[in-house]
Design a protein around this ligand. Structure first.
Ligand SMILES: Nc1nc2c(ncn2[C@@H]2O[C@H](COP(=O)(O)OP(=O)(O)O)[C@@H](O)[C@H]2O)c(=O)[nH]1
Ligand SMILES: [Mg+2]
Length: 162
């Protein structure tokens, strides 16, 4: 089973992305989306109540093996920073940076954004995480995202088996 937390700032596209990766479960501070197909089980956790309150972020990270940090074209903000600190402190080693709403920006701007994020995350657990532009409107990047999640899931399974 691969567990994924989708976190990031307000309006960064978290809920939409989660709903494209699974089917909606029960609603509380966190919302679970499940996906099951041919041997793959995905449990996607949307920290719905964050950043209105902090607890959903902590709960989501405690439950997860893999994090998707969503950053919209507007770029990282204070909540993104809070998410980075939470990831660092929670020891959530595996994850990806999803550059969300990529259909509303330009390749040049995405390059600049990813460069900026590299600088901010240098020396943290996120340092070597992959950056992937994704659109839930045009579905650009969605297949790559699912492939990368599968690969991260395999890495986590291998680590858990050790
Ligand atoms: N154009 C575009 N809009 C998006 C995309 N993903 C989300 N949105 C819109 O962005 C807004 C915020 O998305 P939401 O998933 O609620 O963000 P959250 O606050 O991080 O959960 C909504 O109006 C979505 O319809 C995308 O890939 N492209
Ligand atoms: Mg949301």
């Amino acid at each position: 089973m691969t567990k994924i937390a989708i976190i990031g700032s307000q309006k960064s596209g978290r809920t939409t992305l989660a709903s494209k990766l699974g089917k909606k479960g029960n609603v509380t501070d966190i919302t679970i989306y499940d996906f099951a197909k041919s041997g793959t089980v995905l449990t996607v956790i949307d920290a719905t109540g964050y950043p209105k309150s902090i607890k959903p972020l902590i709960t989501a990270l405690n439950l997860t093996d893999i994090a998707l940090l969503c950053i919209p074209p507007e770029g990282p903000d204070a909540y993104t920073g809070e998410c980075i600190v939470a990831l660092e402190m929670s020891g959530c080693k595996h994850g990806m940076i999803v550059l969300t709403r990529s259909d509303t920006t330009y390749p040049y701007a995405l390059d600049e954004l990813t460069e900026k994020i590299r600088k901010i995350t240098a020396g943290t657990v996120l340092e070597n995480w992959e950056h992937l532009p994704v659109s839930t409107t045009t579905f650009a990047g969605m297949d790559e995202l699912k492939e990368m999640i599968t690969r991260l899931g395999e890495t986590v399974d291998e680590e858990l088996a050790q």
